[in-house]
Design a protein around this ligand. Structure first.
Ligand code: FAD
Length: 441
């Protein structure tokens, strides 16, 4: 196995000296350059809105607020796209954990439809922004496949398809043979093809969102870890080690990288690692047999396995793993095992990249919005589906702060920690074992 050197521009949090050679991100190696104009925060600034976190949620908030005429500063602890936004699978998926028939029961009829409309149309916004700002991020939208790992999962997909079709989405169910032909793996009993899905280069998309936000007037600061937030008069004082920002409103968009800035927030999510690997480029004949139309796939297992090709025909496959950051090559062995089972025809193909990033899981599986004080808005918990949802959440937050009280797609809830959160590592290990057991059926 060849492991490539880390790209320093997008250094990973696991980039401690002892981890060098274990983590090598495909996206860091192949991304477009970070835009010029990202600054270091020195001294004091004053803006309408400070955004904490330079991932899709924060950058999309900044872009849409700037388009509305607000002055905005994004403060990112490391570099734009350092978090999950620069490390994910690049699958632009519609939907969230709840299926159409479940959302009204969870939120109420009208709010359930609003939530469904939000998650169903979120990919439209991603591709519209990419087109409007001519973003260089290898975007394509040939649809996404959800392959079913069991007959029970296939029935669940049929119900999901009915729900979306009743709302006008031309979903297609695939037979076992059609699924195998579409994705190139013999391991599934059928599947669902959703035309709303697509893919992109995730770190490039984050950097291009930053460029678009700056073109519209937002300021972006990196190496600007926010250390404290303090209420002052009708606004906020936001402090980093090198400067201070004064703002009327603050947006917290730190997701799986949330620290202790807002009391109790870290305890509302489980920040679990998702792992990925990428093969060497496949030759044309082999590549033609796997996801031939450039579609993406994300399966029905509780411990989801997701895969796609990149423009150089590398197969990129991801899945949940241990709780902590990877520190040894063996930390990726579960994924190499899954890869070998799903694509036996690729045995002998070298794996050239391994990396991981943190997703924010919520107990109820849906994103959480909090407004603990006036002018302080928090959005976290995309449960591994934040490319479209985070982008659309950013626009919704901008609309909300712009005066549209109905703009937020989910209810604003109090910050409420997961009971016994200090045992999250144990929770997750137990859940993973249980899910592995269930996924076997
Ligand atoms: C391996 C992996 C695969 C995934 N695959 C997919 C996929 O295929 N499709 C999909 O839709 N979703 C996927 N996701 C989920 C998706 O990437 C996330 O939901 C999304 O990127 C979240 O964006 P965000 O802006 O909310 O948070 P993030 O991108 O995580 O950004 C949070 C940022 O906050 C910064 N920060 C934290 N604390 C501070 C502070 N005090 N001051 C300043 N900055 C701070 C961090 O440095 C970080 O950059 C995946 C995630 C991972 C990790």
């Amino acid at each position: 196995m060849t492991l490539l050197a880390l790209n320093e521009e997008a250094a990973m949090p696991q980039d401690r000296p002892k981890d060098r050679g274990i983590v090598s991100s495909l996206w860091a190696q192949t991304a477009c350059r970070a835009p010029a104009g990202i600054q270091a925060l020195r001294g004091d600034i004053e803006v309408d809105v400070v955004v904490i976190g330079g991932g899709y949620t924060g950058l999309s908030s900044a872009l849409h607020l700037a388009e509305r005429g607000s002055s905005v500063a994004v403060l990112e602890a490391r570099s734009v796209g350092f978090g999950a936004s620069g490390r994910n699978g690049g699958q632009v998926n519609p939907g969230f954990k709840l299926d159409p028939h479940q959302a009204p029961g969870r939120f109420g009829a009208a709010a359930g439809e609003r939530a469904l409309n939000f998650v169903g149309s979120a990919p439209d916004l991603v591709f519209e922004l990419i087109s409007r700002f001519s973003m260089d991020c290898h975007a394509m939208r040939p649809g996404s496949v959800t392959p079913a790992h069991s007959e029970a999962a296939l029935q669940m997909l049929e119900r999901r398809a009915e729900g979306w079709m009743a709302r006008g989405v031309p979903i297609k169910m695939l037979s076992r043979e059609e699924t195998e032909r579409a994705i190139g793996s013999p391991c599934y009993v059928g599947g669902l093809l959703d035309p709303r899905g697509g893919s992109l280069q995730p770190l490039s998309y984050a950097r291009e969102l930053a460029r678009a936000a700056m073109e519209k007037g937002a300021s972006i600061f990196d190496n600007a870890e926010v250390q404290s937030l303090q209420r002052k008069d009708k606004g906020w004082i936001v402090r980093t080690s090198t400067g201070t920002a004064k703002a009327t409103n603050v947006i917290v968009a730190t997701n799986g990288y949330t620290g202790n800035l807002i009391g109790g927030l870290r305890q509302t999510i489980i920040a679990a690692n998702s792992f990925q690997l990428a093969t060497a480029p496949l030759d044309d004949a082999t590549a033609a047999g796997i996801l031939a139309q450039g579609r993406t796939a994300s399966d029905t297992r509780r411990l989801v396995l997701y895969f796609r090709k990149d423009p150089a025909n590398r197969l990129v496959i991801g899945g949940r793993g241990q709780f902590g950051d990877p520190t040894r090559p063996e930390d990726f062995s579960h994924l190499r095992g899954a890869f070998a089972r799903l694509f036996p025809q690729l045995s002998g193909i070298p794996i050239e990249h391994n990396w991981a990033g943190r997703v924010a899981l919520t107990q109820d599986g849906v994103p959480h919005l909090h407004e603990p004080e006036k002018g302080l808005l928090v959005a976290v918990g995309y449960n591994g589906r934040g490319i479209a949802m985070g982008t659309a959440m950013g626009r919704a937050i901008a609309d909300y702060l712009g005066g549209d009280a109905q703009a937020l797609p989910f209810p604003v809830t109090p910050i409420q920690g997961i009971p016994f959160h200090m045992f999250q590592r144990l929770y997750l290990a137990a859940a993973i074992n249980w899910f592995m057991f269930r996924d076997a059926f």
